[in-house]
Design a protein around this ligand. Structure first.
Ligand code: FES
Length: 167
């Protein structure tokens, strides 16, 4: 597995520790192709996104083609590739139950407050705003997800509280 070469290249995005963690998955999965998804999650968590260079490095590490890694990345809307995410990734549900309970108004409100469009990140790197499909909290609509925390029955007032609590 290209260990010597890939661990010593000067301009690598993936450091030795991250490469070691990705390699650690190999015995746990039936094929190196199956390691692509957990590897993407590790890199995304570390860098805040998975730029094209990281795709190349993951491919090299797993002895796959960059296209194979890119295919997996592109399949999921979760991974960012163009720029790092903000510290707070905000997903606003736009599916039916939330839309019927003013979820769209909340999204507009967030767009105005943050001066952002969905898919963008604030210039200070604090917040990324995204659409989400059903977050599985329809009984508590409208719902938003901030990083790993679900916020239920949201209102503009609750959004103000959230925003002011973030560093
Ligand atoms: S529709 Fe928004 S959580 Fe299900």
């Amino acid at each position: 597995m290209n260990q010597d070469k890939s661990d010593t290249a000067i301009c690598d995005l993936l450091d030795a520790e991250l490469r070691g963690r990705i390699r650690g998955y190999l015995p746990r999965y039936p094929t190196s192709r199956a390691v692509v998804l957990p590897a993407l999650h590790l890199v995304h968590e570390r860098l805040g996104y998975v730029p094209p260079q990281a795709v190349v490095e993951i491919a090299e590490l797993l002895e796959l083609s960059p296209a194979q890694v890119q295919d997996t990345l592109s399949f999921y809307g979760f991974f960012k590739q163009d720029q790092p995410l903000g510290r707070y990734r905000v997903w606003v549900c736009r599916s039916m139950a939330c839309a019927a309970r003013e979820g769209e108004e909340l999204l507009e409100y967030l767009c105005q407050k943050l001066d952002l469009q969905p898919g963008e990140t604030t210039a200070d790197g604090r917040v990324s705003l995204e659409f989400a499909e059903c977050l599985g909290a329809c009984d508590h609509a409208p719902a938003i997800l901030v990083n790993d925390t679900l916020h239920k029955q949201m209102t503009k007032e609750k959004i103000d509280e959230l925003l002011s609590s973030w560093e």
